[in-house]
Design a binder for this molecule. Structure first.
Ligand code: PGA
Length: 241
């Protein structure tokens, strides 16, 4: 793991964003692994800015998002599909049919999981996977558990994740299950970028970087990835030795 500590979320956005800009320059049809949450928003804003300045094109790019809530369709304002359209895709020249987010309302959800993994493989695998981290050490919706997951699957959200995300559901109707790429899927990406900002992430970051590799901190598996870059602000890095 390469750990890079920067001054601000804006600096992280530029550095993380530039990895995608450079990748798309070299390989315009690259397969991008993308994430939702508050942390990647500045990175997406930076990418939109680069697109508006003619520095990057998404014309031939392909994307796969990590996860989606079970029970929310694409049009639901809290769905991750909606989030991605709103925060990035509707502002750049990405082809709509090249945008992939797991379908949280699939009739046969087990088939949806298998098909999602197969489609990633069909496109040749993910080049760069962007990740946030939960306060409990989750990546995607891979919650702390007894074993590392493999491919895409359906998971129950933990209390801590529900606590962190319920602010987005003021009517108290936050889903309690999600479909998520597994740890195995994430580890297959050629490069992984994890970004974290703020004090609330400091404990999870310490466990991920300095703790043992354990499914009780799913992000700790990144210690075993051959090309994982971790961008932190000072607050997120504040508990590191
Ligand atoms: P956040 O979520 O960026 O909204 O903090 C990160 C995550 O839960 O993976």
């Amino acid at each position: 793991m390469r750990v890079i500590i920067l001054e601000s979320a804006a600096d992280i956005a530029v550095q993380a964003g530039n990895i995608f800009v450079e990748l798309l320059k070299e390989k315009p049809d690259a397969v991008l692994g993308l994430a939702t949450g508050a942390t990647p928003v500045p990175t997406y804003k930076y990418l939109i800015d680069c697109y508006n300045k003619g520095k990057v094109s998404f014309k031939d790019a392909v994307s796969f998002n990590l996860d989606e809530y079970i029970g929310l369709n694409k049009e639901h304002p809290n769905s991750y599909y909606f989030f991605m359209m709103d925060m990035l895709f509707s502002h750049v020249n990405m082809r709509k049919d090249m945008i992939h987010v797991p379908n949280g309302v699939a009739e046969d959800i087990e088939k949806e999981c298998r098909d999602y993994d197969a489609l990633i493989e069909q496109f040749g695998g993910i080049y760069v996977q962007l990740l946030g981290i939960g306060t409990n050490g989750h990546i995607g919706f891979n919650e702390p558990s007894d074993a590392f997951s493999e491919g895409t699957y359906v998971t129950d959200l933990t209390k801590s994740t529900i606590e962190s995300n319920k602010i987005y559901f003021p009517n108290g109707d936050m889903p309690t299950k999600a479909i998520t790429m597994g740890i195995g899927s994430i580890m297959k990406a050629k490069k992984v970028i994890l970004i974290a900002t703020g004090h609330s992430k400091a404990k999870a970051i310490k466990a991920m970087i300095e703790g043992e590799v354990t499914p009780s901190c799913p992000a700790s598996i990144l210690q075993k990835h051959s090309d994982a870059v971790i961008f932190l602000d000072r607050d997120a890095a504040s508990l590191l030795a």
